[in-house]
Ligand binder design. Structure first.
Ligand SMILES: [Zn+2]
Ligand SMILES: [Zn+2]
Length: 261
């Protein structure tokens, strides 16, 4: 069984009082943190965790709402996590440039913190098992030329969870999510809720597009995340919009929610 905890669900500018999208996946002794935004220490603390509990970290791309907490994640390990085994950190080559620069521009005077760096191709799909039980495949998403995104799919014991990360229209979402038990999908915009963005933007999808991809991929459940603060308090309307395209379960999780597949 995989347990997914939504540590934060917000967009680059989250809803008032919220934090940026970030998830913790627990399965077979692995604590995988997906994305490391500026509130990472507070997000982990809200789940009674610290960076010392994280065995694997995956950073989808280098935009600040997904990567700016990386130096703080390392600083915690340096000051409070001495002697812990180094985490495995997965990111594309391009994202790695920024992760290293973030540390060097903020704490270069301090000793280096040991991590096991795993560099993934930004431009093509790749397969990297997390453990013998947990398989992971990544796909490039369409989002930003400057900050290319890797979406990821985790499989264990016949179950699958897919994370788009930030994404706009691209066929890879269907490959990523094919037959998955849960698709966690960018739904920054809405096609039918004001302010309408009928076809999404160059950077992000609408709730309707998320529903269309969920239907095309034949997933069981769809979670809408990274919803723009322009729709604060109206997530139910985006859920309804996605349901028009997809007959499975749709929900817009809140920070702290946990689902199991
Ligand atoms: Zn983002
Ligand atoms: Zn982004």
């Amino acid at each position: 069984m995989m347990e997914i905890r939504f540590l934060g669900v917000g967009a680059a500018i989250p809803d008032p009082g919220g934090t940026n999208s970030s998830y913790l996946v627990r399965a077979a002794g692995v604590n995988l943190l997906i994305d490391c935004g500026p509130a990472v220490l507070q997000q982990l603390a809200a789940a009674s965790l610290t960076p010392g509990d994280i065995t694997h970290l995956f950073v989808t791309h280098r935009h600040g709402d997904h990567a700016l907490g990386y130096p703080m994640f390392l600083l915690w390990r340096l000051l409070a996590g001495q002697g812990l085994p180094p985490p495995k950190v997965y990111a594309s080559n391009i994202t790695w440039e920024s992760l290293e620069a973030l540390w060097n521009r903020t704490y270069r005077e301090l000793p280096r913190v040991r991590v096991r760096a795993i560099r993934l191709p930004a431009e093509k799909s790749a397969y990297r098992p997390l453990t013998p039980q947990i398989r992971m495949r990544t796909w490039p998403m369409v989002h930003s030329e400057f900050a290319p995104v890797l979406g990821l799919r985790l499989e264990m014991e016949g179950k699958a969870v897919a994370f788009t990360g930030d994404a706009s229209k691209c066929d890879s979402v269907v490959d990523l999510a094919s037959g998955a038990d849960l698709l966690i999908c960018d739904s920054c915009h809405a096609a039918t809720v004001e302010p309408v963005e009928p076809d999404g933007s160059a950077y992000h999808l609408t709730a309707r597009q998320a529903g269309e991809y969920a239907a095309a991929a034949g997933v069981r459940r769809l979670a809408l995340i990274h919803i723009s603060p322009l729709y604060a308090g109206r997530h139910a309307a985006l859920v309804a919009e996605a349901r028009e395209a997809f007959s499975g379960e749709v929900f817009a999780p809140a920070a702290g929610d946990v689902v199991r597949v």
